[in-house]
Design a protein around this ligand. Structure first.
Ligand SMILES: [Zn+2]
Ligand SMILES: [Zn+2]
Length: 463
């Protein structure tokens, strides 16, 4: 296999990489359409800008194993020729005034040259490589250079050195996430599209009223809210993480847990910073998304940078606890990530529920097994049918199985009986464990959640 030589015209490559008209390409969301644009050079083919045209010519040259050089690269005319002196192959593109688009006007059909071994192909510049891998990077930011190497080899019969691919991947990431304005220009469109596709979702954003720059966006899908109501425990984790890239913003999120302790995305927001004011805004929108039904929700967070105060101000009736951190991405990709997460979870959960013949979820069954193991170390003093005092080396607690409460508070928070409750329940002749487990841990709850997913996730497919 051939090895790609580092290109002499790196400087030209860098210039193209920074060309603002590359952004036009960034706004093209339809990859199939873009592939046609990139890969098909024919007389009459159109390109939005000179870079796209040149990259398409480079694709063609690499695939057909000849060298191309652009002998003319002017404001309104670009001419590419085969570098073999006796070969007459050429391609020409002109910028038409009428539509301000590049049109291919001349294209050679055959070469009278021996062609080149790809090892000598100077066409595969960094710019070209960037264009070749950009879509892959866009769909997977962390794709390894090794995988890129394989893809380039399959598609273009080229072997590109690992480090070169690594550098190009970094450049592609910068390019994709560097155009902050383009990324955020999507926001109003995204909001409209998401609400149309998911009626009842609460999606809102804010602009700076003086200069109209993007400030923040809040997204909560209806499917998530309904799923939360029907199939999750009333626990909501609030979290913040830094967004990578040139826009140094934050992502705030609200995550719930289903009956199998799987993370369930409830809402998220992209904001300028983590502060009392942004958390306040987030929580107020979360309350709207939850249709103000927040009375028995337990909030879990790290109690930092304004969360504590905001929760106290807006959700005074809610209990408040701990945290988990997750990595962030810019807003458009974030929405896609959450969507993908929902789709994957939907499949997984469907399988889980159809297999399970149990009344309780696996998490609940495992928990019961665990807590009933060391019941012997407790001294149980029964004071009524439902109330007992439980003594151990760790302390004394009072359990009320009628109210599903224990003074250790674990039962109230988790919805699963604590060790003390287990010690009491185990004194009954035939304990019906599922009667003491919160409804959220029953498999039928999960099934409701899955039905909802099947119904509404199909609409997310078309985004
Ligand atoms: Zn030729
Ligand atoms: Zn307890």
């Amino acid at each position: 296999m051939v090895e790609l030589a580092d290109e002499v015209k790196e400087s030209e490559a860098e210039n193209n990489y920074n060309t603002p008209d590359q952004s036009t390409d960034e706004n093209c969301s339809d990859t199939s359409l873009r592939d046609i644009k990139y890969n098909h050079i024919f007389v009459g083919a159109k390109f939005d800008n000179a870079v796209l045209f040149k990259n398409a010519v480079r694709d063609l040259a690499i695939k057909s194993q000849f060298n191309v050089k652009f002998t003319k690269s002017e404001k309104k005319r670009i001419i590419g020729v085969c570098t073999y002196t006796q070969c007459n192959w050429r391609v020409r593109s002109s910028l038409y005034n009428i539509d301000n688009i590049w049109h291919v006007t001349v294209l050679g059909t055959s070469h009278n040259c021996p062609g080149v071994n790809n090892s000598g192909n100077k066409v595969a510049t960094s710019t070209w490589l960037l264009h070749a891998i950009k879509d892959i990077i866009k769909s997977n930011l962390n794709v390894s250079p090794r995988i890129l190497k394989g893809l380039i080899k399959d598609q273009y019969n080229l072997v590109v050195p690992y480090m070169k691919l690594w550098r190009s991947r970094e450049m592609a990431r910068d390019l994709l996430y560097g155009f902050v304005d383009e990324n955020y220009a999507w926001v109003p469109l995204l909001q409209k599209e998401l609400v149309t596709r998911n009626p009842g979702s609460h999606i809102t954003y804010e602009y700076d009223t003086t200069d109209f720059t993007f400030r923040k966006i809040f997204v909560s899908f209806k499917v998530c809210i309904e799923g939360f109501r029907l199939g999750c425990r009333p626990l909501v984790g609030l979290d913040a993480c830094h967004l990578k890239g040139k826009f140094l913003g934050m992502m705030l999120s609200a995550i719930a847990l289903d009956g199998n302790n799987q993370l369930f995305p409830l809402a998220f927001a992209v904001v300028e910073n983590e502060s009392k004011s942004t958390w306040s805004w987030f929580i107020q929108n979360l309350i709207i998304a939850l249709n103000h039904k927040v009375a028995d929700i337990v909030i879990i967070s790290d109690m930092e940078k304004g969360i504590k105060e905001s929760v106290r101000n807006h959700l005074p009736q809610c209990e408040h606890r701990w945290i988990a951190r997750i990595r962030g991405k810019p807003v458009v990709d974030l929405v896609n990530t959450i969507r993908r997460m929902l789709m994957e979870q939907r499949k997984e959960r469907k399988e889980m529920a159809t297999i399970s013949k149990e009344i309780l979820t696996k998490v609940a069954l495992d928990h019961i097994k665990l807590i009933s193991r060391d019941k012997k170390q407790y001294l149980v003093t029964i004071s009524s049918n439902t109330i007992a005092k439980i003594e151990s080396l760790q302390g004394t607690y009072e359990v009320d199985i009628g109210k599903r409460e224990c003074t250790c508070r674990e039962w109230q928070i988790s919805g699963l009986p604590c060790k003390h409750a287990a010690a009491f329940i185990a004194t009954f002749p035939n304990p019906i464990w599922h009667a003491y487990v919160d409804d959220y841990y029953h498999v039928h709850r999960l099934n409701v959640l899955i039905k909802l997913y099947l119904l509404t996730c199909s609409s997310l497919l078309f985004l």
